[in-house]
Ligand binder design. Structure first.
Ligand code: PLP
Length: 383
């Protein structure tokens, strides 16, 4: 027998259910994709111009591990709008929120430490917990896809978790939390002495209420690791830039991992991110208004044939397809084959996502109209 080459925990990881559908449609122009959560806006021109100019000036070096001081200062100013007071020393610039998830979990988990992960959720939290040698404890959220004090207590009592991962506004459900709801979560977090990894990447895309960071609540700053970035609100997905805001001890630990594994985020992207924060307010306002318009249109159309809650943020609708009698995989596969519309089966986001599909409405109104038409035809054809 030859020696095992790939680590067992990696071999056992399932590939992302989103990518599987993405791969199916590569090169197919006839498909309308509501599959991948990628903004369809170009990066605002001023940001691109600033990055081009920086390249012309030859700014292609490493930055400090922490990231450009000016950008960290801008983030400190910016996060005041979500209720958080911090200092540049508590901010690390990362290569996207993806890296933030990784370094946050690796920095805080000892072998076997439990992490509470409410589902349905973004695909990386569970694998990254496993790769950090933690134990992922999934919590099926309530019918409104939310957590509350009782739910957290029920799981925390049994597992003594080190941390809980929150993501609001949420991918894939579109739900978010009000300050009142966050206070309830914070009570449980404090009672069970946990840390919170709070992925706030869709903070700017909040439609119902203004986003409040859980770190802004009393007693929570020292327990919160905020993750945020520029991929969604500023459409900078490929530029790979995000950041963490955390207490000093956790920041120092994350910085050690970041400096060995990443060194620093790309300087060009950091310069673009700085421009985004300096002059991006109007741009964001327009983007939010456009997503809101699309949300209202799309959800209204979906409701003709499927049950769907009104998303409170992000750019995803999460309709229930139980009435069709199909599983979420069958629904997504047949919709793709029969109507050339790509969506993601809800079970890609955890078992309790079964009976749902995720539709990203980050596509033009024309495409959205056509996709809604085809989904309606498809559901009606099943009757
Ligand atoms: N977190 C959530 C909730 C996401 O939806 C995504 C991307 O879809 C990410 C993190 C990854 O973000 P980034 O591009 O900053 O790595």
């Amino acid at each position: 027998m030859s020696r095992r080459r790939v680590a067992k925990k990696v071999e056992e990881l399932k590939p992302s259910g989103i990518r599987r559908f993405f791969d199916l449609i590569i090169g197919r122009d006839d498909v309308i994709s509501l599959g991948v959560g990628e903004p369809d806006f170009p990066v605002p021109w001023r940001i691109r111009e600033e990055m081009i100019y920086s390249l012309e000036k030859g700014y292609t070096s490493y930055t400090s591990n922490h990231g450009l001081l000016e950008l960290r200062e801008a983030i400190v100013e910016y996060y005041k709008k979500f209720g958080v007071e911090t200092i540049p020393e508590n901010v690390i610039i990362t290569t996207g929120v993806s890296e933030g998830v990784d370094i946050a979990l690796r920095a805080i988990l000892d072998d076997g430490d439990a992490v509470l992960i409410p589902e349905p959720c973004y695909v990386s939290y569970k694998p990254m917990t496993i790769l950090a040698n933690g134990e992922a404890i999934t919590i099926p959220t309530n019918p409104k896809f939310k957590l509350n004090y009782e739910l957290i207590s029920q799981y925390a009592k049994e597992t003594n978790p080190k941390a809980i991962v929150l993501n609001y506004p949420n991918n894939p459900t579109g739900m978010s939390y009000t300050k009142r709801e966050l206070e309830e979560i914070a009570d449980a977090v404090i009672e069970y002495d946990m840390l919170v990894v709070s992925d706030e990447i869709y903070a700017e895309l909040s439609y119902k209420e203004k986003h409040v960071s859980i770190a802004a609540l009393e007693g929570m700053a020292e327990r919160s690791i905020i993750l945020n970035g520029f991929s969604k609100a500023f459409a900078m997905t490929g530029l790979r830039v995000g950041y963490t805001i955390a207490p000093p001890d956790v920041t120092a630990a994350m910085l050690k991992i970041h400096q060995y594994s990443m060194l620093c985020a790309p300087i060009t992207a950091q310069i673009g991110a700085l421009e985004a924060l300096k002059n991006g307010e109007d741009e964001i306002e327009n983007v939010r208004a456009e997503y809101l318009r699309r949300r209202n249109f799309f959800v209204k159309r979906l409701r003709r044939v499927l049950e769907v809650d009104m998303p409170e943020g992000a750019f995803y609708a999460f309709p229930n397809i139980k009435s069709t009698g199909l599983s979420s995989e069958e629904f997504a596969e047949r919709l793709l084959m029969e109507k050339n519309v790509a969506v993601v089966p809800g079970n890609a986001f955890g078992e309790c996502g079964e009976s749902y599909i995720r539709c990203a409405y980050a596509v033009s109104m024309d495409k959205l109209r056509e996709a809604a038409e085809r989904i309606e035809e498809f559901v009606n054809s099943l009757k």
